[in-house]
Design a binder for this molecule. Structure first.
Ligand code: ATP
Length: 237
């Protein structure tokens, strides 16, 4: 691909104490893409997202967003540059209303939030209906929608999504998948961590498979769904 990558990891290594979570990982995300990080438990997928959002620092390698070096910037600065992180386990504020949760997502900027709220309501109409309800009273699927909506309130160019399908019923997974495609179609680039490889390959344009902190296979969604290793390990072939 030509042009400049929106996000680039260049031979990044990350340790937690003595545990090496990522080892010389290189990857690119181009503007407009949905890119999936695949792999089993502990492969390093969440660490890659935490690295991009400034929650962990690399021992080696570079992380660039729009050709700007992110290493050493704090999470708040990284949000302001246009990267929002929707963490695993949909950590919404249960004692706050849906609307208050969304407003929290926009804490990095001033001004009217109405246009942004409208965008979230359009993506997830159920949240508009429930806007005055406490977030803790929502179903798991609704909380996932809220967590994604809250991340979108920061108007990210790049959305980091960690396991959006986790623990959701199949129909709800489809709904969340549709919303991810829709927000991508309206201009948000997505880096998606997903253990459900079937779901991920339907949403993503390309993917990288991590094993023990290393990239072992990468390619387009179509290439990955035909790849023998991917089929054996993740698609039950
Ligand atoms: P999962 O889907 O289970 O979260 P993952 O692919 O996202 O898996 P990571 O969470 O990135 O994997 O973990 C990568 C490795 O780093 C694992 O060996 C994990 O045990 C280890 N690890 C993750 N977080 C920490 C931490 N805070 N302290 C120590 N080790 C950690």
């Amino acid at each position: 691909m030509g042009g400049e990558a929106l996000l680039e990891l260049d031979r990044v290594t990350v340790f937690y104490g003595r545990v090496r979570a990522l080892q010389e990982v290189s990857l690119q995300v181009w503007p407009g893409e949905v890119v999936a990080l695949l792999g089993s438990n502990g492969a390093g997928k969440s660490t890659a997202l935490r690295l991009v959002s400034g929650l962990v620092a690399p021992a080696a390698g570079r992380v660039r967003f729009r050709e700007r070096d992110l290493v050493g910037l704090g999470p708040a600065s990284i949000v302001r540059l246009g990267i929002a992180h929707c963490p695993e386990g949909r950590k919404v504020f249960p004692e706050m209303t849906v609307r208050e949760n969304l407003e929290m997502g926009a804490y990095t900027r001033r001004g009217s939030l109405e246009a942004d709220l409208e965008r979230v309501w359009a993506l997830f109409p159920v949240l508009r209906q429930r806007q005055h309800q406490l977030a803790g009273s929502l179903s798991g699927g609704e909380q996932q929608m809220l967590a994604i909506g809250r991340a979108l309130m920061a108007r990210p160019a790049l959305l980091l999504l960690d396991e959006p399908s986790m623990g959701l019923a199949p129909a709800v997974v489809q709904e969340v998948a549709r919303a991810i495609r829709s927000l991508n179609a309206s201009g948000t680039t997505v880096l998606l961590v997903e253990q459900n490889v079937h779901v991920a390959l339907r949403i993503a344009h390309r993917g990288y498979v991590l094993e023990n902190g290393r990239v072992v296979v990468s390619g387009t969604a179509e290439e990955l769904s035909r790849d023998d290793r991917v089929r054996r390990a993740y698609l039950g072939a």
